[in-house]
Design a protein around this ligand. Structure first.
Ligand code: FES
Length: 216
């Protein structure tokens, strides 16, 4: 029997459906392939953070109001036990400052240029490595290449090659005058996290401090 219209139409519909199915399958395969490549690229460009790494800052006692003298920096480790910082009573109210006078601040010991240890310079004094420089306010002075940080303004860069301020440690004081470190602006670990807002990016490479580092 020739010319069965219903049969031709059914066969045509079947071919169309098969073609549509093959098109959808090809598109899905392409998307899966792109997704796979993207995943690989993401893994290469943004190495994953170890799942068991720390994800938040500890709260650790680092000093007490009574133990600090104006202009005398005291070292403590935070947030990792191999990361030095200095807490200083500036004698001048400061951004992020705590204590009765709002003048106690803390910063990473590492200059953000190449990681040298900076030195405290009181207002009206000079750095030993640059006697011609007289500090207009309490500053941190890096002896390696001369970066200068205004410690009253969250260590903004006043001069020299440092690309960013010293990371500031966030402090809290309790009712008895004990001072606690509770967080830190990035990059809390020198060389880490210069753009990410993911705290976990910034806490790798050591052991979190969990107990007081105060020695006095
Ligand atoms: S390491 Fe501090 S200015 Fe270069």
């Amino acid at each position: 029997m020739a010319g069965d219209g219903a049969g031709d139409s059914q066969g045509h519909d079947t071919d169309e459906s098969r073609r549509e199915f093959l098109k959808i399958a090809a598109a899905a395969s392409a998307l899966l392939a792109i997704g796979g490549i993207a995943s690989v690229m993401k893994a290469v460009i943004f190495p994953s953070i170890p799942a068991n790494g720390p994800s938040s800052f500890p709260r650790v006692k680092v000093a007490s109001v009574a133990s600090l003298s104006t202009g005398v920096p005291v070292e403590f480790s935070y947030p990792l036990d191999n990361e030095p910082n200095y807490i200083i009573k500036l004698g001048t109210k400061a951004e992020g400052g705590v204590g009765p006078d709002g003048d106690i601040v803390a910063f990473s010991d590492f200059c953000q240029h190449l990681g040298c240890s900076w030195g405290y310079v009181a207002p009206g004094s000079s750095s030993k490595v640059n006697p011609s420089y007289v500090a207009p306010e309490p500053v941190g002075y890096c002896p390696c290449h001369g970066s200068i940080f205004d410690l009253t303004k969250s260590a903004r860069v006043l001069g020299g090659p440092s690309p960013r301020p010293l990371p500031q440690v966030q402090l809290e004081v309790d009712g008895s005058g004990d001072i606690y470190a509770v967080g830190m602006g990035p990059p809390s670990i020198f060389g880490h996290n210069t753009g990410s807002t993911n705290v976990a990016d910034d806490l790798q490479g050591g052991t979190l401090v969990t107990t007081t580092s105060e020695t006095s």
